[in-house]
Write a protein that binds this ligand. Structure first.
Ligand code: FAD
Length: 382
């Protein structure tokens, strides 16, 4: 791997930096954490600004409206966004980082034309309807049923932990279309319009008091067969493509916030006097080294994704180490902010609580370990 920047890459950095300097002051104030309509408006407005400036879908291929940036340019984009404290993808997370890329890899040209421009412009917000009360780690056990009726599927069942379902227009939905075959072979990947009659979204309140995800009850909802991505019963394979993006590159933007949290923690340690403790400095140093190692791992995964079109299982290594590193960062933060740990107004405390969800979302640490053991190290199945 050559880590030096070419002249063209330096030029890209300079342009991006100067665009951010002019664009960011035009942003409206950030909405409150629990104002989801406000957050949708803010995040999609930023997405539109990126689109108009030619930065939307930085790593999406040009023929699908993206910038087709090289892995290095993609990293420069992230580094400059972090440096300027630019907004993160927010509610555009699913559409931009894994539903859109799955459509690029697997959908028909009609489906791509219908959805990809809207995702890039911030006109379409997506959510992910995979997990169910009885199907999380064992996702293939899902029971939400879709029965063919003419040109429609009629769908009934329940999804859970559907992030941003309240403000989403579309959902990447996994349904069971065959009950008579082994469970992985009877699943189909559908595009569900969230305004279809029969969908009841019930927000779940988290420990912060905001409702970032919901239960979704689906009662005889009709979805055209034309909304199916890939073949009927081939949904498990397509879900693996979605996961490869979700685990492979979707967490990359999170790293920006983590650098900020770590810098903030160093400041807190200096202000509180904890900095004089060599043990604390060592812990902060280890975390900084971990973050740098994770950045190098991202470069490797992103280069691999650029070569193959789909990220490999290296994403599981990143997700596992990153989420567990965030736990250690959160533990140290709670020791350093001391009584401030009682307040959800402290950024470090919010970061610590968020870290708790990272080892669960997009596949738990145990599941990632199974994947690393079986698919990378070639160990026998547990
Ligand atoms: C913040 C957040 C956002 C989310 N957003 C979405 C979303 O938008 N859409 C969506 O569909 N889902 C979403 N999820 C759900 C997430 O994918 C599931 O929570 C996750 O897959 C785990 O499933 P579960 O909660 O049912 O736990 P379970 O699968 O019941 O697991 C319970 C425990 O058992 C362990 N375990 C289970 N099986 C094994 C095994 N084979 N080997 C070793 N250990 C095992 C797990 O590691 C875990 O510790 C979200 C979750 C979080 C936390």
């Amino acid at each position: 791997m050559d880590l030096r920047y070419t002249d063209a890459e330096q030029q890209f950095r300079a342009e991006m930096r100067s665009w951010l300097e002019s664009a960011l002051p035009a942003l409206p104030p950030k909405p409150a954490m629990d104002d989801w309509l406000g957050r949708r408006a803010y995040d999609t407005h930023w997405q539109r600004m990126l689109f108009d400036a030619g930065y939307a879908g930085i790593n999406w291929p040009k023929e699908f409206g993206g910038r087709g940036a090289s892995p290095t340019e993609q990293l420069i984009f992230l580094e400059e966004s972090e440096r300027a404290h630019a907004p993160y993808v927010g509610v555009n997370f699913v559409g931009l980082l894994h539903a859109g890329p799955t459509l690029i890899a697997e959908a028909s040209p009609e489906q791509q034309q219908q959805h990809l421009p809207g995702i890039l412009k911030g006109d379409e917000v997506w959510c992910q309807g995979f997990s169910e009360p009885g199907a999380g780690s064992d996702l293939a056990a899902l029971r939400t049923r879709a029965v063919r009726d003419g040109d429609d599927y009629v769908i009934s069942g329940q999804k859970i932990w559907t992030s941003h379902a309240e403000v989403a227009d579309w959902c990447e939905l996994l349904v069971r279309t065959d009950t008579d075959v082994p469970k992985h072979r009877g699943i189909t990947w559908l595009i569900l319009p969230m305004d279809a009659p029969g969908i009841d979204v019930r927000p779940l309140r988290t420990i912060y008091g905001t409702a970032e995800f919901s239960e979704m009850f689906i009662d005889e909802v009709r979805v055209p067969v034309a909304n199916r991505v890939g073949a009927e019963n081939d949904g498990w394979r397509i879900a693996m493509v979605t996961f490869s993006f979700e685990r492979g590159t979707a967490f990359v933007g999170e790293m920006l916030q983590t650098y900020e949290l770590l810098d903030g923690l160093v400041e807190t340690a200096k202000q509180s006097g904890a900095w004089s403790d060599a043990g604390i400095r060592r812990e902060l140093g280890h975390l900084a080294a971990d973050l740098d190692a994770l950045s190098a791992l991202i470069r490797r995964n992103v280069s691999q994704a650029a070569r193959t079109g789909v990220p490999g299982v290296g994403g599981s290594v990143f997700k596992l180490h990153y989420s567990e590193m965030r736990h250690r960062l959160g533990d140290l933060a709670m020791r350093l902010v001391d009584r401030g740990g009682l307040s959800f107004r402290d950024k470090q405390v919010v970061g610590m609580v968020h870290a708790l969800s990272l080892t669960i979302a997009a596949g738990t640490s145990q599941i990632q370990r199974n994947i690393v053991g079986e698919r990378i190290l070639g160990l026998p199945k547990g």
